[in-house]
Unconditional design. Structure first.
Length: 98
């Protein structure tokens, strides 16, 4: 599993934001993201295709986040851990080489 650096930053920021709102809530988000990542790892093609470039999406349970990822030959690349109520497709210019 390879996280784009900005995707990792999105996750860290969201965990911190939720933790500041309520003790343990940020850690719960982190756990739910880890569970979603495990679902992606086990069955990447099971998740809906999001766009014509072959990016898939996986919803995070309990929280308004979607993980956008691309299945590569030897790894899974996570492009974004995106809040569902913010700018759509802001992450689409990201690439595996960034």
């Amino acid at each position: 599993m390879i996280f784009h650096r900005e995707a990792m930053g999105e996750l860290i920021g969201a965990v911190a934001w939720y933790e500041a709102k309520q003790d343990g809530l940020g850690l719960d988000l982190q756990t739910k993201v880890e569970e979603a990542v495990e679902r992606i790892r086990e069955h990447p093609s099971m998740h809906s295709v999001y766009n014509e470039q072959g990016v898939h999406k996986c919803l995070v349970k309990r929280f308004p986040f979607t993980i956008f990822f691309h299945e590569l030959d030897d790894a899974i690349w996570i492009a974004a851990v995106a809040h569902q109520k913010r700018k759509p497709d802001y992450w689409t210019t990201r690439s595996e080489e960034d």
